[in-house]
Design a protein around this ligand. Sequence first.
Ligand SMILES: [Mg+2]
Length: 256
Amino acid sequence: MRHIKAIGFDLFNTLITMKPAALQDALRRLTSTLKENGVAVEHGPFVKAHGEAVLAFLEKTKQDGKESHNRFWISSALTKLGHSVAPDEPHISMAVETYFSAFIQYARVIPGTKEMLSTLRGRYRLGLLSNFTHPPAAKNIISQLGLAPFFEVVLISGDLGYRKPHPLVFQELIKQLGVREDQILYVGDDPEADVAGAMQAGLQPVWTTYVRDNHISPAPGMLGPTEVDPGPEVVRISNWKDLLSLLDGNRYTEDL
Ligand SMILES: [Mg+2]
């Protein structure tokens, strides 16, 4: 087994969880902000139109791998409801900020995560690679939860223009970690975005099933995790002890 020099981590449902209520609260905050800024929308019809817009943009994202942004979904929903609002108008940006302000309130670090990161920090280069449309919100969550100091590299799909599993985002992670791709372990919960994506880019994937195994509701994402499990050849961990034993067990730490 090849020598591991760096470890990349996914964020949601891997290092942190978020209560599903976050999404409803975020949408409530979003419509309130729009109303305060003179866009008269009813919550119910807006949520429906917004949901349809999200699905349409996601379909495109699934095909070309390009990241989307909430401002397009909001303006598309508003247009459908008869309000002519361009994605770049200031009150749309404000609505996006308010929407994500709910997320931090519902986000929690998975127990033992900081201890694990602290153990690994001196031994490996650590990177974070998250699919997230609005990078300032992701970075705010990472720093407010106290995770920022552990990582040498933090990459958010919204900044990169593409989402996992697109190879471009993994290539950026490899470049910034500064080691060969086969010397990087990538840990994530999503069989497609994380496991298949990492494997395709030449990294060694580790599938984490902590959220699933503990029956925790997964953080609401744009796309839920894929239903198809990785094959038995993919290393699976259920907690951080599993990861530490993997790394200690020579399996990954010695060149053969
Ligand atoms: Mg995830």
